[in-house]
Design a binder for this molecule. Sequence first.
Ligand code: KG4
Ligand code: ZN
Length: 348
Amino acid sequence: MRTPRTTAAWAPGPILGIETSCDETAASVLAADGSVLSNIITSQHAVHQRFGGVVPELASRAHIESVEQVSTVALQQAGLTWTDLSGLAVTQGPGLVGALLVGVNYAKALAYALNIPLVGVSHLEGHIASAWLQNPAFPLPCVVLVVSGGHTHLYLKDPLGHCRLLGATKDDAAGEAFDKGAQMLGLEHPGGPAIDRLARQGNPHATAFPRSQLKKGSLDFSFSGLKTSLLYTVQAMSEQSRLAQSADLAASYQEAIVSILVEKAFAAVQASGARALAVVGGVSANSRLRTLLQQRADSENIALSLPLLIYCTDNAAMIAAAGRQALRAGIRMSLDMDAHASMPAPVA
Ligand code: KG4
Ligand code: ZN
């Protein structure tokens, strides 16, 4: 699946990371010590808003229009010029292949012109790396919950940094459950932030939505029953009562998603014996999830890493961070590197 890699010495220096896997064009520069010098993100939400979801062709076009400028601004904000860069990292997959190709081809052109090493990075590895951006000394072993629009994966990251999959969703990802639920409630896209905002005015216990545990002791997730339950609840209501109760519905639906995430994440902590938990990906920006995670971590004396909000949703600092690890490990990619719509989840 991946392009062959070669090993060569790398003189650590600033790295430019580029992310174009979905509907954010992002570029970020990390210093040689891994600190973030700039983190630029242009969102295409306005382009896709009226379609109720991301339109792949429009996403690719918008990336083409922005990638050069976003990268230039990232470099300027870092106070650097192109020739100061010592490496490039780009999201290779998973994602929309046309969107990924924009970033991959741009990064390849830069690597060729600047004659510096290039690595392709898994978007998931990027999200995982975001947990260590603010605190590189955050302890290992650590349970990592990746919750985004495409993934709900639980890993155990060992002291060598290798990830072992502990559980994953059997159907929808948590972010997808938020987005589809928001659509049923007539809220805008992306649905996660919309539900998060509306839920603040609602009662999380107004409706008892189902919380699927799957088998006893299972660390897998399922959100399809919950989604269907919201659909039936909404269909049984008049337009008027749906509008009147939308904050309660949003709060109750959100509560069902986040409580299952918290429960399984801490079950994984307990089962693995790790004393640390990191929660990353777009859904980790959810305010109710962050509150419940912090309360539980405090009461069980577990170290918790929650990225700053700008590092939860898609960004290029996380891609540069994962790329930096790869470059330090001697990984390089040749200029025939390709983008991949699907890529295997990271495993040890
Ligand atoms: O990581 P991300 O930006 O992109 C993917 O890799 O998918 O995650 C996007 C997902 C979307 O489903 C979005 O609705 C969700 O993260 N999201 C949230 C919040 N902010 C973003 N979900 C719940 N609450 C939020 N505040
Ligand atoms: Zn993501």
